[in-house]
Design a protein around this ligand. Structure first.
Ligand SMILES: N[C@@H](CCC(=O)NCCCC(=O)O)C(=O)O
Length: 253
């Protein structure tokens, strides 16, 4: 049987004067080494993307992080800080893709921006600057820090007892995670189940209740050094197992 195919939606990136479509190596590497699947990067085509065609060859979808924010229009707000980057083409590609993948029961893993996209796609909202919300921590990374520091442990998260994520991780009460985000979940979309929270109560992971397959999203970065962190390895292995199961039951051989 062939390796499962995981769709990885790209971000738009300007290289010189030319717009490009990009996905960071650590994400596609985690699909290969962590999930043992084959990544297929999907350009941020927006309305030009034929979602049905793409999902007809997909055994999984992984939504990556990105420095860009989900456009506030998409969850009924006005932009709080216009200096922060956006990626409308990525939004226009991923939100329909998320809804269609869930409809088809295709396994989906959301990471950081991807975690925020799934919440918005399903009717939730975001805090645009978590650090400015009373009682909330500053969840941002410090760009001047070395990458090992930026992606190193930043805070604990408390796992929902008996939850999907807790089971994947062997039922610890809490784990340490990295933190590289300025936005976060304000209103959780209907049908999403909290899987972990930060010390300030911010939702850090959720699952799609009643999903037909693996449907988990996390605010942190398990793709970082995926084989070095046992928790990250377990998350990607669980995702990969679900993609194999989807391929066996529905996939194009
Ligand atoms: N822009 C959003 C999401 C943050 C995010 O995805 N950070 C990771 C960026 C770099 C990487 O992909 O590792 C926010 O600020 O909340």
């Amino acid at each position: 049987m062939r390796r499962p195919i995981v769709i990885v939606p790209a971000c738009t990136r300007l290289i010189g004067e030319h717009p490009n479509h990009a996905a960071q190596h650590k994400y596609v590497n985690a699909v290969v080494l962590g999930a043992r699947c084959m990544p297929l990067v999907l350009p941020a085509l927006g309305e030009l993307a034929d979602v049905d065609a793409v999902l007809s060859v997909a055994d999984g979808v992984m939504l990556t992080g990105s420095a860009s924010n989900v456009h506030a229009d998409l969850y009924g707000q006005t932009i709080h800080d216009p200096a922060l980057p956006l990626d409308a083409a990525r939004d226009a590609t991923t939100l329909p893709l998320i809804r269609a993948a869930l409809e088809r029961g295709i396994p989906i893993l959301g990471i950081c921006r991807g975690f925020q996209e799934m919440n918005v796609a399903l009717g939730g909202t975001l805090h645009q600057a978590v650090q400015e919300v009373s009682g909330m921590l500053d969840h941002r990374d410090r760009p001047q820090d070395a990458m090992e520091v930026q992606y190193g442990p930043a805070h604990p998260i408390r796992l929902t007892r008996g939850g999907v994520l807790a089971e994947i991780l062997g039922n610890p009460a809490e784990i340490q995670v990295n933190s590289l985000h300025g936005q976060g979940i304000a209103k959780l979309a209907p049908g999403l189940a909290v899987e972990a929270v930060a010390p300030d109560g911010l939702v850090e992971a959720y699952s799609v209740a009643n999903a037909r397959s693996f449907a988990l999203a996390v605010q942190w970065h398990p793709e970082w050094r995926v084989t070095d962190n046992p928790d990250s390895t377990k998350i990607f292995l669980a995702f990969g197992k679900a993609c194999i199961a989807y391929l066996e039951q529905n996939g194009v051989p």
